[in-house]
Design a protein around this ligand. Structure first.
Ligand code: FE
Length: 247
């Protein structure tokens, strides 16, 4: 557990080490404002029990009022049913995926607790703090959102900024860190046009920390370096030639 920001009313923490075995490392992020919690991308079944126990050390479980799902992937949403059944939380997920996640076994009783996020994004009040769901479509999912917390000045970027294979939780040197991000971004992102839209969008925000769902946090001067890096990165279709091979 690492605390990214803390003052009298507001706290941002993340868990980096709850993924086990063959599962891809994933971070689970918690925002608490005035003792009300929002959990971001809580993960799958094996993470659920551990995360639930950790969460209970931070806030009473009935103070978890919001669950955010950046997109529809299993490392984010597979345990949605458990969270919705056990807690009072309302969940938020791109409207594109509303009818797909019931296939994960989300019970009819709790499906109505999932608010579809419209393509243009929305704001949610967390204990008096305004949290923004910022559109980041095609980065990598077709219906994809990031979370901006203006109190902590943290942008939670989901799969954008993901790094795999490094042995640290906070990046120290951007140039060294690129090797752990590059392959993921080149293959999981569809096209640099989406990145260029994202760069134009996030340059309007004050950001102290980029907090991805996999791997290390990016903070301070490295935030600008990260945005600059993505502005010119080629990815996805741009690296795949003009037709697909037929095996
Ligand atoms: Fe994903």
């Amino acid at each position: 557990m690492i605390t990214l920001f803390e003052n009298d009313t507001h706290k941002n923490i993340f868990y980096s080490n709850l993924s086990v075995g063959a599962m891809v490392q994933a971070n689970q992020h918690l925002i608490v404002h005035n003792k009300v919690g929002m959990l971001l991308d809580p993960g799958g079944h094996k993470v659920y029990t551990q995360l639930f126990a950790h969460l209970a050390k931070q806030i009473p479980i009935n103070a978890l009022k919001h669950l955010f799902f950046s997109h529809q992937d299993p490392d984010i949403i597979a345990a949605a049913n458990g969270w919705l059944m056990i807690t009072d939380a309302r969940a938020y997920l791109s409207g594109l995926w509303s009818r797909f996640i019931p296939h994960f076994g989300v019970d009819d009783l709790v499906v109505r607790k999932i608010t579809p996020i419209p393509d243009e994004g929305m704001c949610v009040d967390v204990g008096g703090a305004e949290i923004k769901f910022i559109p980041a479509h095609f980065l990598h999912s077709a219906g994809n959102f990031q979370v901006y917390d203006s109190v902590a000045r943290i942008l939670y970027t989901g799969d954008l900024g993901a790094s795999l294979g490094q042995d640290y939780e906070i990046a120290e040197n951007f140039d060294e860190h690129v090797q752990y991000m590059k392959g993921f971004h080149q293959r999981y992102l569809p096209h640099s046009d989406a990145l260029k839209m994202w760069v134009k969008t996030v340059r309007k925000l004050d950001i102290d920390i980029i907090a991805p769902q996999h791997g290390a946090m990016i903070q301070g001067a490295m935030v600008g370096q990260f945005i600059d890096w993505l502005e010119t990165l080629e990815c996805g279709l741009e690296l795949m030639g003009d037709s697909f091979p037929i095996p």
